[in-house]
Design a protein around this ligand. Structure first.
Ligand code: ATP
Ligand code: MG
Length: 237
């Protein structure tokens, strides 16, 4: 079932035309990856979906409703949870408070995520629950940002470069298993923007390759894993 549909969006920063007719689809329960190098337009696509940098042209449908003219808080309220690149946790309050402040029911009034369930998937946050946000390592902060967004019970999770700045060990031994578990055990639907294509190819059902603000290619992760040309041209693999 289609949950998110982006149709030919064009997004600008001032006069710079960044996204050119970007289209993509996410089905419920899937992980869809948005791959591309530095400056390809991944964050701009996420910000366009969230209404933070709305597209000038094009249509974005979430659960069948057009959202491209909605405000960011309305889009969040409809069930899209955004985990931005810069994380933005509250530094002066505890991990527990960061989590409970965020908590809200889903758009359908469901409470799928409780603190107990969060602590099951993020044991490190249970251990650090009384620590202030600012005392967490980069990896721990990334866990907290994802967990905090899950506390809003989103129907779709937008993850912008979760691997960025993290030690390869954390990426491969913690983050990978976490995202896989969220999909396989909880049915979380994720749009995942990453430069780290190798990480995504092991997780995604479908991949879009973005370069210079346009989708250049889309295929299953298996197909992209076998496509040397696309890998060397767009993915630095
Ligand atoms: N606030 C801004 N004002 C003007 N141009 C911007 C702004 N933010 C991004 N850009 C430009 O838009 C283009 C796409 O940037 P974007 O941040 O979407 O790329 P990205 O794929 O997320 O890259 P990264 O992997 O570095 O996060 C780049 O050319 C960038 O320089
Ligand atoms: Mg980015």
């Amino acid at each position: 079932m289609l949950i998110l549909e982006v149709l030919d969006i064009n997004t600008f920063y001032g006069k710079s035309h960044i996204l050119q007719d970007v289209s993509l689809k996410v089905n419920k329960g899937q992980i869809v990856a948005l791959l591309g190098r530095n400056g390809a337009g991944k964050t701009t696509t996420m910000r366009s979906i969230m209404g933070l940098t709305p597209p000038k042209r094009g249509v974005i449908r979430f659960r069948g409703q057009e959202i491209q003219r909605k405000k960011p808080f309305e889009i969040a309220h409809k069930g899209i949870g955004f985990v931005p690149e810069d994380r933005g946790i509250f530094p002066d309050i505890s991990v527990l408070d960061n989590l409970t402040i965020a908590a809200k029911d889903s758009a359908d009034g469901e409470k799928r995520w409780t603190l107990e369930k969060i602590y099951h998937y993020f044991p490190v946050l249970k251990r650090l629950r009384d620590n202030k946000g600012q005392n967490l390592s980069g990896g721990e902060q990334q866990m907290l940002t994802i967990a905090r967004t899950l506390m809003t019970n989103p129907d779709l999770l937008l993850l912008d470069e979760p691997c960025e700045g993290l030690a390869p060990q954390i990426v491969n031994q913690v983050l990978f298993g976490l995202i896989k578990g969220l999909k396989e055990k909880e049915g979380v639907t994720i749009l995942l923007a990453e430069q780290n294509a190798r990480f995504c190819l092991g997780l995604a059902d479908w991949c879009y390759v973005l370069d210079k603000g346009s989708i250049q290619f889309d295929a299953s992760a298996t197909d992209i894993s076998q496509n040397q040309e696309v890998q060397s041209k767009y993915l630095s693999l």
